[in-house]
Design a binder for this molecule. Structure first.
Ligand SMILES: Cc1cc2nc3c(=O)[nH]c(=O)nc-3n(C[C@H](O)[C@H](O)[C@H](O)COP(=O)(O)OP(=O)(O)OC[C@H]3O[C@@H](n4cnc5c(N)ncnc54)[C@H](O)[C@@H]3O)c2cc1C
Length: 434
């Protein structure tokens, strides 16, 4: 009955009874039942805590996930409770999470991604700005201050790699940085598709001392209130609530304290961010896929046609079980990767040796490639199994179908992952001594 009171944002197609059953609470229950035998108590407890927060937040704020809501409004509340990121303990900024690491990040994302996929995507982009600040703060006060603002939700962050003329070919940048005598830099050029940038108080950006020369790249922290920064929204219809930016740097002066990596350091910093970025996208896709399967599983167990629940028709049941089996298997694989990564991070005091982090490049591409493809199929087919209701009915299905279609582009397109993997395959062949 409680769910009946929930506000709706479009004319309802299916019965109250079924719509009620598709609640966040029930979708979490379906997920948790699937994970009972897989997760350890510490992981499960954190997952349930995060789920509880999301359920309360949805109810208290009467969130409908309708078109008028601004997902950026929710960032401070999630940040205050520690649900924006759990990738690290953030001891350096006195945050000190006890539940942290890649495995906990997977748990957090399962909870938050179920709550709202577009909100989760915006959070993922902030994470991309958090990583370089954590790696390269060197105890400079302004860097720590900004890091804390990102982690606690005071402002979203963004990462600016892509340029209008340089997408996949990210290391041959055109945006320039000119070193000044006082250690500052002047930046000139254009960036595009920067998730969160129009809403971000600070961003992390790359530029190069010499155009098209990857060896002269550098990395900067930018305060978006500075003169010389201009940003317009790039509207992406698949994710209408996420704000992406196109930016112009017009002799934008970056003071010395904001230079995260000087000339010659940029490419290395960019590559070090790719493994967590690709694994982050894979984790996000897993959350979307489970959300879609949970919707479909609840629906087909309740919807009747020809006087039978539709799960019992082979065309429905066998399709859903095929998706379910593949998702379960890849979830197990990703969980294994996360745990392995966490234990290595612990063993090596938070900094992986070069040979290990290089080996992870192939795994990160494999997961990103595989899961991005799978999530598109799962979200589309799950919506399909819900018939008309999957297209229109006060659920997150439309969001899931749309957002799943961008996973193959972001963080390096499908073909670029293939390219990275083929180089890694060559490396592995050579190392095999055949
Ligand atoms: C929703 C969204 C969010 C994004 N967020 C960010 C962000 O936060 N920060 C950021 O910096 N960027 C972001 N991007 C940019 C994204 O990383 C790029 O769009 C992506 O890298 C592809 O670049 P491009 O669009 O220029 O396509 P192009 O590089 O022009 O590619 C076009 C096509 O050519 C193929 N192709 C290109 N080179 C090769 C090759 N060598 N071999 C085979 N095929 C090739 C590609 O696979 C693709 O199919 C975002 C993009 C989107 C859509």
């Amino acid at each position: 009955m409680e769910e009946n009171k929930k506000k709706k944002y479009m004319t309802q197609a299916i019965s109250d009874e079924i719509l009620e059953k598709l609640s966040l609470k029930n979708r979490y229950s379906f997920l948790n039942t699937n994970l009972t035998a897989i997760l350890e108590p510490k992981e499960f407890n954190f997952l349930k805590k995060a789920q509880k927060f999301c359920m309360r937040f949805e109810k208290k704020n009467e969130v409908t996930h309708g078109p008028d809501e601004d997902v950026y409004d929710w960032i401070p509340a999630f940040g205050a409770e520690g649900y924006l990121t759990r990738s690290h303990n953030f001891e350096v900024i006195d945050v000190n999470y006890t539940d942290y690491g890649l495995t906990m990040e997977l748990m957090r994302n399962l909870a938050v991604g179920f709550f709202d996929p577009q909100f989760s995507m915006a959070g993922g982009a902030t994470q991309l700005a958090i990583n370089p600040l954590l790696e390269h703060h060197e105890n400079v006060p302004i860097r720590l201050e900004v890091l804390k603002k990102f982690v606690t939700g005071e402002t979203p962050g963004a990462i600016l790699i892509t340029e209008p003329e340089r997408g996949s070919d990210a290391v041959h940048m055109l945006t320039t940085c000119d070193a000044q005598d006082d250690g500052s830099f002047l930046l000139n050029g254009e960036k595009i598709f920067s998730t969160n940038a129009p809403k971000a108080g600070y961003v992390v950006a790359y530029a190069t001392a010499e155009q098209n020369n990857g060896n002269t790249m550098a990395q900067f922290l930018i305060d978006t209130s500075w003169e010389g920064w201009k940003c317009e929204r790039v509207y992406i219809p698949y994710v209408p609530k996420v704000w992406l930016g196109k930016e112009w740097f017009d002799s934008l002066r970056v003071p010395k304290d904001y230079v995260l990596g000087g000339v010659g350091k940029g490419r290395e910093h960019l590559f070090e961010g790719l493994v967590p970025e690709r694994i982050g996208i894979a984790i996000d896709c897993i959350a979307k896929s489970w959300n879609a399967i949970a919707y479909a599983a609840i629906y087909v167990n309740n919807r009747k046609q020809f006087d039978q629940m539709i799960l019992k028709f082979q065309g429905v049941g066998f399709l859903l079980t095929d998706l379910w089996a593949r998702l379960t298997n890849v979830t197990l694989g990703l969980l294994m990767f996360c745990k392995n990564y966490d234990s290595k991070m612990e063993k090596f005091g938070g900094e992986l040796p070069r040979n290990i982090s290089q080996a992870l490049v192939a795994s990160a591409s494999q997961f990103k490639y595989h899961v991005a493809k799978l999530t598109e199929e799962i979200c589309y087919e799950s919506a399909n199994l819900m018939g008309g209701a999957g297209l229109c009915d006060n659920t997150l299905m439309t969001d899931l179908v749309n957002i799943s279609r961008i996973a193959e582009i972001i963080g390096g397109s499908r073909q670029i992952q293939n390219y990275v993997m083929s180089m890694a395959l060559r490396q592995v062949y050579k190392m095999s001594g055949i």
